[in-house]
Design a protein around this ligand. Sequence first.
Ligand code: UD1
Ligand code: UDP
Length: 367
Amino acid sequence: MAENKLKIMCIVGARPNFMKMAPIMSEIARRSDKLEAVLVHTGQHYDELMSDAFFADLEIPRPDVNLAVGSGSHAEQTAKIMLAFEPVVLNHRPDWLIVVGDVNSTMACTLVCSKLGIKVAHVEAGLRSFDRNMPEEINRLVTDVLVDLLLTPSRDADTNLLREGISPEKIKFVGNVMIDTLYKYLPRARHSKILNTLAVTPFNYGVVTLHRPSNVDDKKVFQGILEALGVISERLPIIFPIHPRSRERIKQFKLDKKMASYNVKLIDPLGYLDFLQLYSNSRLVLTDSGGVQEETTVLGIPCLTLRENTERPITIKQGTNRLLGTTRKKIEQEALSILNQPIGEPRRLEFWDGYAAERIIDAIVSA
Ligand code: UD1
Ligand code: UDP
């Protein structure tokens, strides 16, 4: 009977949430005799290519509720989500809330439910960049201090949480749920025609993604990175599916002409399957994305992270990922030296095995 089912409300809002929530939704559906999901989309990301495309590619059911909050300053966006979300929670009265990652939607929905006395599970708990200039670090700290169940992707995350005084009974190492999605959809991604469409051949091009405010909102920093890409692209053509924030900055900083002179193809953000096919066949990835650091690690694709720090040190330990900062010369040198090295091998990491969603739901059911 429906009333006896455990009601789990799941939150998505921004692009990196969809590939984390997809396997969780599918695991709840697999146990539909005992569990019931309510999917809430905050609307933090709303462009077709930043949101809807992932529902199609990853077979995520349509959200039961869309809060349609859209963009805004941090305070504005967080407050809008909280205001719109509270009545939804009061209406549905879930037994559990699941939030993933570190975006504003993650923190805002956690705040609402913890004040209403509804239990919250955080998937990807415990990651720390130790850099509070990053909005995501604030979101991680606030979320992790409030939630009832901290589901970690790697052992270093457990260590961080214990150091912060979180009680060990609340922490459960479940592995990386994003990698469930990667393994599930890799065979399907192989049918993508994106390489033909972009006229590139395997391992003869590089892929770039950039969207961190620290990299793209400061003209000098962004321009320096783009100039480095220009130099690299003389040896290796580059495909750059560009995030809307960064697209806006290129226009605002009048960098379009400069970009057009490089062998760098700026394209719209790609859907999950096309992007997977693209980066998994690339010679090199340059990024400031959290998720892309992990995905390239599993596939053994060399990744240069254009940041001073990372909340995902395990990717550095594996040797696939290198932290470079944003100095132009350093980016050029490292990228060009990788081109002289052999192509990497896929990696197997503990509990990055395709079964994290199962462990997540087991942990919630038995909490
Ligand atoms: C957000 C997350 C970041 C995550 C990233 C993934 C926070 C604080 N930041 O950053 O952690 O890595 O998503 O992609 O939660 N925009 C559009 N269309 C959209 C979405 C955004 O045009 O569908 C533009 C708007 O101009 C907006 C800007 O991008 O102001 C930034 O969007 P926002 O969600 O505030 O932050 P992101 O940079 O996307
Ligand atoms: N991604 C995608 N299309 C793109 C760029 C990224 O599907 O054009 C995927 C990527 O493979 C990963 C996720 O989006 O699964 C990462 O999201 P993003 O970089 O926006 O956020 P972050 O991980 O930095 O929070």
